[in-house]
Design a protein around this ligand. Structure first.
Ligand code: C2E
Ligand code: MG
Ligand code: MG
Ligand code: MG
Length: 276
């Protein structure tokens, strides 16, 4: 049989799986320790208005620096934290830290109009998540309308607890943004039924927007859908002036990306706002 003749390769494949499972378990355990050791911090990236680039919001992004591993990206550790369940506690820390920071900017008179916090699927579906958001807003004195909860299409696609949470958050006055729009299920039906206010158009469509082609067509279609439904579309991952100009030409009025500002520590973000 092929499996037998192929035994060596299968064994090696299993070995890789074991290694990967081992590495994932190690990472999971380290994340737990890292949270207690204060190894996480947040950075903030401006979201700007086109064409002038004035800052209208910031998105908070979590960073993990570990003495042995160095920087590990959220694309790597957030999925692990989701699987181990640590995301619930880590997510609470992220939410509270971002709200405290926003309250501080507010007191300093440099707060942008809104701030975004990414919430993962598991966190959103966790019982008590909406109560937690309400409690943290109350505790930090942040008005609910200042907070934008960024969720992915995939997190709300299945309906159920996540969708209920989205509705309850909206009732609280919190805004919902659909993140990485166009890369998940991209169900336009979601836009019809969910109280979403912001569509974050994934950077894969923004990347090639200056070249005639499929991505440009999709970027154009998505801004028309958003405008038609009265939603705000944010173009993600804008890296060049040419992209920004083209996005503006086809109707985008919000953008985010290295061209306008990299994710930065709170102090730097504030300095940028003051300068802007
Ligand atoms: P996202 O929410 O879509 O965040 C945008 C990502 O694009 C960030 O990567 C940001 O640094 C990156 N980015 C911004 N501008 C540009 C650009 O011009 N070019 C390119 N190539 N990239 C750009 P980051 O910080 O590595 O985060 C990756 C993903 O990890 C996020 O995607 C989000 O899904 C997740 N994540 C980050 N922070 C958190 C968090 O606090 N909580 C949760 N649950 N997830 C988070
Ligand atoms: Mg996001
Ligand atoms: Mg995104
Ligand atoms: Mg993303």
């Amino acid at each position: 049989y092929a499996a037998k003749a192929d035994g060596g390769r299968h064994r090696r494949y299993d070995g890789d799986l074991d290694d990967r499972a081992g590495e994932e378990a190690r990472l999971g355990a380290e994340l737990r320790t890292a949270l207690d050791a204060g190894e996480f911090h947040l950075v903030y990236q401006p979201i700007v208005e086109l064409p002038y680039g004035n800052v209208v919001a910031v998105e908070s992004l979590v960073r993990w620096w570990n003495p042995e591993r160095g920087y590990v990206g959220p694309d790597v550790f957030i999925p692990v934290a989701e699987r181990t369940g640590l995301i619930v506690e880590l997510g609470e820390w992220i939410l509270r830290t971002a709200c405290r920071q926003y309250a501080q900017w507010w007191r300093q008179g440099v707060a942008p109009h809104r701030f975004g916090v990414n919430v993962s699927a598991r966190q959103l579906a966790e019982p008590g998540f909406v109560d937690l958001v309400a409690a943290v807003l109350a505790e930090t004195g942040v008005h609910p309308a200042r907070l934008v909860v960024e969720v992915t299409e995939t997190a709300v696609f299945g309906g159920g607890a996540a969708v209920r949470a989205v509705r309850e958050l909206t009732e609280l006055g919190v805004e919902i943004a659909l993140d990485d729009f166009g890369t998940g299920h991209s169900s336009l039906g979601l836009l019809q039924t969910l109280p979403v206010r912001v569509l974050k158009v994934d950077k894969s469509f923004v990347e090639n927007v200056t070249m005639a082609g499929r991505h440009a067509v999709i970027a154009t279609s998505l801004i028309q859908v958003a405008n038609g439904l009265g939603l705000v579309a944010v173009a993600e991952g804008v890296e060049t002036a040419e992209q920004a100009a083209e996005l503006y030409r086809i109707g985008y009025r919000r953008a985010q990306g290295y061209h306008f500002g990299r994710p930065a520590m709170a102090q730097l973000t504030t300095a940028e706002q003051v300068a802007a």
